[in-house]
Design a protein around this ligand. Structure first.
Ligand SMILES: Nc1ncnc2c1ncn2[C@@H]1O[C@H](COP(=O)(O)OP(=O)(O)OP(=O)(O)O)[C@@H](O)[C@H]1O
Ligand SMILES: [Mg+2]
Length: 143
């Protein structure tokens, strides 16, 4: 999926996330960029629903990492949702298990990926969220 989409509701964000989820595989790194409240965690909820993960996705701001196991037989064993906002650099990111999760075949969905620096692989997917005029309007760009 490539291109720029404008959505007018949370449901539309979830629907885009479900379409995008169909392209994902084990070991993928998905970087979610954009300001506070732009919709990164909300998009992750849509991804998680499409990938049939167990448990609900909440903002991991206070716990940094949340592991979500996918249901039996799913293409991806685990979705790992990271919010790196409170971390400083690659060392911190390694300390929360970045490489271990990838080695275990997880898919990483990362908010504030800037903190991970060169740990972000070349082939990572990048999605940029922008808050537009209007409460529920967002631009979502798949790069
Ligand atoms: N179209 C939309 N897409 C996503 N979120 C929306 C939309 N319209 C309204 N919202 C609301 O905007 C807020 C987005 O918050 P969310 O936690 O997803 O942002 P975030 O980018 O993860 O921020 P942070 O960097 O603080 O983690 C939620 O309260 C959500 O309900
Ligand atoms: Mg968030």
């Amino acid at each position: 999926m490539k291109g720029v989409f404008e959505v007018g509701s949370v449901e539309e964000t979830w629907s885009l996330a479900a379409q995008f989820a169909a392209e994902l595989k084990s070991g993928d790194v998905v970087c979610l960029e954009g300001d506070l409240g732009a919709g990164k965690t909300t998009f992750t909820q849509g991804l998680a629903a499409a990938l049939k993960v167990k448990g609900r996705v909440s903002s991991p701001t206070f716990c940094l990492v949340q592991e979500h196991r996918c249901t039996e037989g799913a293409a991806i064993p685990m979705l790992v949702h990271m919010d790196l906002y409170r971390l400083n650099d690659e060392r911190d990111v390694l300390a929360i298990g970045w490489e271990d999760y990838l080695a275990a075949g997880a898919m990483l969905v990362v908010e504030w990926p800037e903190r991970a620096g060169s740990l972000v692989p070349e082939d990572a997917r990048h999605i940029v969220f922008t808050h537009l005029e209007g409460e529920e309007h967002r631009r979502i760009e798949f790069r």
